[in-house]
Every structure is written in C-alpha cells, then in structure tokens.
Design a protein around this ligand. Structure first.
Ligand code: 13P
Ligand code: SF4
Length: 335
C-alpha cells in the first residue's frame, strides 16, 4: 500500500468508518486531516520520506510513502535515493536498520520510547558470552539474529533474518548448529521447518506471547469457516492450530489471494486495520492486541519530528558496518 493523497476531514472520516472504531469521530478526523496536510507540506520542504510499519496507526498510513513488514522496510530503506531524510514510523530497531543503510542521511524516530520487548531481551555482551560458550561445543556454530534486536547485536551476528525469511536464511547458512536470537517462539517455529539444530534464546514479543490457543479456538467456534492467520512470534500451541503462519505483509497477500472471505488475524491489531481499509469486501476479526511501543508513534509526533528534526538515530561506525554486513547477508541468503 502506498497512499500519498492528502485527504480532507470528511473523506478521512468516510475511509476510517471501515475500522468500526468509535475513536475516529468526525472531529478527530478533521484534526487528523489538518495534521496530515501539514505533514505533506513539511515532507516536501524537508525532502523527507516516511517509512511505516504495518502495525502503525491508520492515520499514519495516510502520510507514509511506504508501508510494509520488517523485510520490506529493510529493503526499502536500503533503496532510498532522492531524499535528505527518513522519518521512521515504527520502532527503534527498525529506525536503526534504516540508519545502517543510510549513513549520510538523517534518520528520525518520532518517539524514542518506541522500543521492543524482543530487542530488550538480548544485549551484545550476553550474546558474546553465549556464543563463546557454544562455540566450544559446536565449532561450526553461526548466529542468526531476528531483526528485532539492537544494531550492536546484529553486528555480532553472522546473518539477520525477519519473520518472512527466517527459514530460508537458516537453511542457506553454512552451519548445522544455529544460535537463534532473541525470539524463542520464532526459533521454535524455524526448528519445525529445518533439519538443522536451532539453539534458542529466551526472548519473546509480549504482544504475541500473550495470545492463547483457547482464545483462537473460541473465535473459530463462533465463526464457522474463518481462516486463522498467525504470526510466527506466537507460541507454538497457537501456531499448531493456525491455517497459515505468515509475516504481516504475507498475511495481506494471503488474504488478497484467498477465495475465503473471513479471517482471524492473530497478530498486532494495526495489521487488521490495514486489511479492513484495503480489502473492504472481506471480513477481518482482530486479535485485539496492541503493541504499546508501535503505538507511541502518533501523527502529531511525526509532524513534530519533521518540524524539530528529532529524534535523530546515530550509530558508531563499527556497529553500523557490522550490522550492515549481517543485514546484507540476510538479503543475499533470504532472497
Ligand atoms: P513483520 O512485520 O516483519 O512480520 O514483524 C512483526 C513485528 O513484530 C515487527 O515488530
Ligand atoms: Fe516488538 Fe512485539 Fe511490538 Fe513488534 S509487536 S515491536 S516484536 S513488542
């Protein structure tokens, strides 16, 4: 999805009706439309592009030059050409990835509180210690880090991966023993898809980890024929009962192409908002889980980021170069 058109309050109100969300009153939509117009003007003045993750608020989608999953955003940020700056509407590790690929461009994150429970689960020091311990046991060991980690953790990794290419990266890397950080649920899922030995880390996404099979089964029982799409950050007992296990953008493609018209979207609710707006003829049932970090980014925050050029992401050269090597390896192996 790529929406560039500024909208007025009435148009925005009509569009957001698809969400069936009481928070989007006429008055709120009028206010958002005025801020959207301001952001569009500032983007031109500053020669800025806005990249947004699928979990962002629907009004953020209106100002984004590109909306996607982690893999698409990493690729997109490596392809930015005609812009002086990038405003990243997502979380801190994603903005760092944009900086890794754009050392000479300003990269802004509108709110520095936009972190991630997975990225908090592993530090470079702890990873270095564990890697040394495991290398003594398995001399062929390689480290694959899910992109939901800090740049200094990426710099210590042999390759990164996202939920869209984790299995391909693990299968392609030249090692039988893989230390996979930081998401234990994604590690478990990858283990079901590979003959290699995956050694996992004890991290999780607090949004996906709280979803239980009971919740999913209750919805399924109440909506005959509903297709259950689950994100691989979910627990293995949830993945076991899903019809498909997919990254966020892969869910969009699946829902577009499937003849089914009812889906339970087992991931953060921003993705369901995107689906409700893009595919109005199909029915999407939400997991009702919000990521507090993703939702730190607001329209007013994005505007203030452009006005005040804040908050700038910086990385030491050696961390940036190390992270770039691991991210580029991901793009090669996962292609
Ligand atoms: P994807 O959009 O890559 O599936 O990742 C989900 C996520 O949790 C990002 O924080
Ligand atoms: Fe991190 Fe989970 Fe939020 Fe994604 S949804 S940013 S993995 S806490």
């Amino acid at each position: 999805m790529n929406i560039q058109t500024p909208v007025n309050g009435a148009e925005l109100y009509r569009k957001l009706q698809a969400l069936n969300d009481d928070a989007y009153t006429r008055e709120v939509c009028e206010r958002h439309a005025a801020t959207i117009a301001e952001i569009m003007r500032l983007k031109k003045e500053r020669r800025a592009v806005i990249l947004a993750h699928n979990y962002q608020r629907p009004e953020i989608f209106e100002v984004a030059d590109f909306i996607g999953d982690s893999l698409e955003l990493a690729r997109r940020s490596s392809e930015v050409r005609d812009a002086e700056m990038i405003v990243f509407c997502g979380v801190h590790f994603m903005a760092e990835t944009a900086k890794v690929f754009n050392p000479d461009r300003m990269v802004l994150l509108p709110d520095m509180r936009a972190g991630c429970s997975l990225a908090d689960a592993v530090t470079a020091e702890a990873l270095a210690d564990r890697k040394a311990e495991l290398l003594a046991l398995y001399p062929d060991l390689k480290v694959v880090s899910y992109v939901n980690c800090t740049a200094d953790v990426k710099a210590l990794s042999d390759a990164c991966c996202t939920s869209a290419n984790a299995v391909r990266v693990v299968n392609a890397i030249a090692a039988e023993h893989i230390l996979f950080v930081p998401d234990k649920n994604l590690a478990n899922y990858v283990q079901t898809q590979t003959s290699k030995q995956i050694i996992s880390w004890d991290g999780n996404c607090y949004v996906h980890h709280q979803i239980t099979p009971d919740e999913v089964e209750k919805v399924r029982a109440g909506i005959p024929g509903v297709v259950v799409l689950a994100h691989p950050e979910c627990r293995k007992d949830v993945l076991a009962i899903a019809d498909a296990v997919l990254s966020t953008s892969a869910m969009v493609r699946y829902a577009e192409q499937s003849p089914a018209d009812k889906f339970l979207i087992v991931t953060e609710c921003g993705l369901s908002d995107r689906l409700l707006m893009e595919l109005p003829d199909k029915h999407f049932f939400k997991a009702c889980k919000l990521c507090r970090y993703m939702k730190m980014i607001t329209l007013a925050g994005a505007r203030d980021s452009l006005v005040n050029l804040r908050y700038e992401i910086t990385l030491p050269d050696e961390v940036r170069e190390g992270a770039r090597r691991a991210l580029e390896r991901m793009l090669e192996l996962g292609a």
